[in-house]
Design a protein around this ligand. Structure first.
Ligand SMILES: [Ca+2]
Ligand SMILES: [Ca+2]
Length: 274
């Protein structure tokens, strides 16, 4: 329609970065060089999830994926991302990425000393080397995994249509202690994309809310719905009940509707056999 903005297409990413190509658009805030630890995009051993490059912290100019635990760091890697103009936005955006980082916390894991922090901030905030980033909208902090993890973050539910956000990756470490060997942050395959929705058609049973997940992710099974005179059987991908949805293996790659299958309760006086 002329003049009408299209709704965001499902699955199509707003932003995607695998670090294989140019780093144009990214700003490295590593300070004057007196700090050993710096952000790099490169090919250090153990720092790459897929392809041949990733972003990570190195104490020796990108050769080694590791940090100097005695060199205090507040360093940043950031870029601006402009969301396309589209309305209405009726589904959340998901940020996904692969990461690993042991860093350092207290023994209870409640206080972080060496960690990655990610912000999706207004672009009026600019990170400075040596300073904790104070932009709004810290999404979370990541620490305590020496193995690669895939993370999914549901972005705050605002209208992103046509606005520019600043994606800030901040590495912070204090001047002592840390995992041995020190494992700093490595991050790869950053994607921001609209979520895909799973609609649960309860087929006459109690209502089950729509769930959003990142494209390619699993959806968690909801609590079983209830229906007078029936026993809930399972969720199916079709209203003819030929194929059940396997919540432990099936991946949601587009908007999906699942249908509740019900068995007639033969003797309503007796409780259901579990
Ligand atoms: Ca890569
Ligand atoms: Ca430390």
């Amino acid at each position: 329609m002329m003049g009408a903005a299209a709704a965001y297409a499902q699955v199509v990413p707003v932003f995607s970065e695998d670090f294989e190509g140019s780093t144009t658009g990214w700003t490295f805030v590593n300070g004057s060089g007196t700090n050993a630890n710096q952000w790099h995009v490169g090919s250090a051993t153990n720092a790459v999830k897929s392809g041949s490059k990733a972003a990570y912290i190195s104490y020796d100019g990108g050769t080694t994926y590791s940090y100097d635990v005695n060199s205090i760091s507040r360093i940043h890697l950031y870029r601006d991302i402009t969301f396309p103009t589209a309305s209405p936005v009726t589904r959340p955006f998901m940020l996904t990425f692969d990461w690993k980082c042991m860093g350092e916390t207290n023994s209870g894991g409640t206080t972080y000393y060496d960690y990655l922090s990610i912000f999706l901030s207004p672009n009026s905030f600019t990170p400075t080397a040596g300073g904790i980033f104070t932009g709004s909208s810290e999404l979370n902090r990541w620490v305590n995994s020496s193995a690669w993890q895939q993370e999914t973050v549901t972005l705050p539910g605002i209208d992103y249509s046509g606005i520019t956000k600043r994606l800030v990756l901040s590495w912070v470490n204090d001047g002592s202690g840390g995992a041995n060997p020190p494992i700093a942050i490595a991050i790869d395959n950053i994607v921001i994309a609209p979520a895909v929705g799973v609609t649960f058609n309860s087929q006459g049973g109690s209502a089950v809310s729509l769930r959003y997940v990142a494209s390619g992710a699993k959806v968690t099974a909801p609590s079983a719905p209830t229906r007078t005179g029936y026993i809930f059987d399972a969720w199916y991908i079709d209203a003819g009940y030929t194929t059940a949805w396997n919540f432990s293996t099936s991946l949601v790659t587009s908007d999906t509707t699942l249908y509740a299958k019900w068995d007639v309760r033969v003797d309503a006086e007796k409780p259901a056999i579990v």
